[in-house]
Design a protein around this ligand. Structure first.
Ligand SMILES: Cc1cc2nc3c(=O)[nH]c(=O)nc-3n(C[C@H](O)[C@H](O)[C@H](O)COP(=O)(O)OP(=O)(O)OC[C@H]3O[C@@H](n4cnc5c(N)ncnc54)[C@H](O)[C@@H]3O)c2cc1C
Length: 322
């Protein structure tokens, strides 16, 4: 199938979001031989366009003040107008993608393929994708008819960021197509979360604790291990919800996105909301007492063990070896 493929480039502070290069990889894997076109919308976006041109053969630039904040209500009619018949559009599977994708697919009269984590291949005009259900315990293999085109949302972290590609793609200024856009929903203000006393987004080694730690008092075991390793403690969301650790330590889609070199996941099941916050392919060591925990699918090394037994031994060994 000779598909025209587009990837949406989310960006902030003049830089493309990690999801953009992941979408390029996903697009190339779904539609082999295609050269994805990057869609960059915003205000003052030349730097993002240039960055995108390094991995996509073509970049469509929509530079208008009204697009300074990514408002799906504005982008929906714009994309209905500019996307050619049969186009495949890949979006990140986040609140923005979920806001934009379903309505856009209905307006375009094309298939909506949400939350893709893997690809089984393209057979004729049937795209075969993998999705996860029941918090990653079940993989669903889905066949989608994409002859007319599709809107596809791709889960964060499911594909490695694209490397290489054309040396310099062409930036096509299509800002004139984005005039006269109006929305009832208006962007008011972006409130940044407080960094707190630590900034886990800058740490190279994270020891992350999940609900498997059992109770608040046991967090001390994790802190001792982190101290022995010279690492920083982070956590999954239930630990923050229980107020066992502060919110700035939460990793995940509603917490921080981290890019450590080493990540220890202690008693963390491996929900996509948690894994979505881990970028850059760290060495991921998972310790979990359930051998079927989804975290083992993402782990570099997995250890099936009870934290209460293993953590004191591990800490002691590391202390001695230092
Ligand atoms: C909109 C939304 C946003 C979310 N955002 C985030 C987010 O940003 N970050 C996040 O982390 N979650 C987030 N979540 C929650 C997410 O869906 C999961 O519920 C959460 O990640 C699970 O945390 P967990 O792995 O610590 O706990 P659980 O899923 O309960 O897993 C605990 C694990 O510990 C293991 N275990 C138990 N006892 C032991 C033991 N003694 N030794 C070893 N292993 C043991 C168990 O086998 C299990 O695998 C979000 C959810 C929603 C709906």
């Amino acid at each position: 199938m000779d598909a025209k493929v587009f990837v949406y480039v989310a960006h902030k502070d003049g830089k493309a979001d990690d999801s953009a290069l992941e979408l390029v990889t996903a697009a190339r894997s779904m539609f082999p031989g295609s050269s994805p076109v990057a869609l960059v919308a915003g205000s003052g976006i030349d730097a993002v366009c240039q960055e995108s041109a390094a991995s996509c053969g073509e970049v469509w630039k929509f530079d208008q003040d009204v697009l300074a904040y990514p408002n799906a209500e504005l982008l929906r009619p714009l994309l209905v107008k500019v996307l050619p018949a049969g186009a495949m559009l890949l979006l990140p599977h986040n609140t923005f993608g979920l806001d934009l994708g379903p309505g856009l697919s209905v307006k375009r009269g094309v298939t909506y393929v949400p939350d893709v984590v893997g690809i089984d291949g393209l057979e004729g005009t049937t795209l075969k994708v993998v999705r996860q259900e029941f918090a990653g315990q079940v993989s669903a293999h889905v066949h989608c008819a994409v002859a007319n085109g599709a809107v596809i949302t791709v889960r964060s972290g499911a594909f490695r960021p694209a490397e290489g590609g054309p040396a310099a793609g062409q930036v096509v200024d299509r800002s004139a197509d984005a005039t006269g856009l109006t929305a009832r929903r208006k962007f008011v203000e972006l409130i940044q979360a407080e960094a707190g006393d630590i900034d886990i987004t800058r740490e190279d080694v994270l020891v992350s604790v999940g609900r498997g730690i059992g109770e608040k008092e046991n967090i001390a075991l994790v802190e001792e291990l982190a101290e022995a390793m010279g690492a920083t403690v982070s956590c999954s969301r239930p630990i923050v919800d229980a107020k066992w650790l502060d919110r700035p330590r939460q990793v995940g889609t509603s917490g921080k996105t981290v890019k450590p070199k080493v990540y220890l996941a202690l008693g963390i099941s491996g929900s996509f909301q948690h894994l979505g916050g881990i970028k850059g392919n760290p060495f991921l060591l998972a310790i979990n007492k359930n051998p079927k925990a989804p975290i083992f699918q993402a782990a570099t090394v997995g250890v099936v063990a009870d934290l209460m037994e293993l953590l004191p031994v591990l800490t002691e060994k590391i202390r001695k070896s230092r």
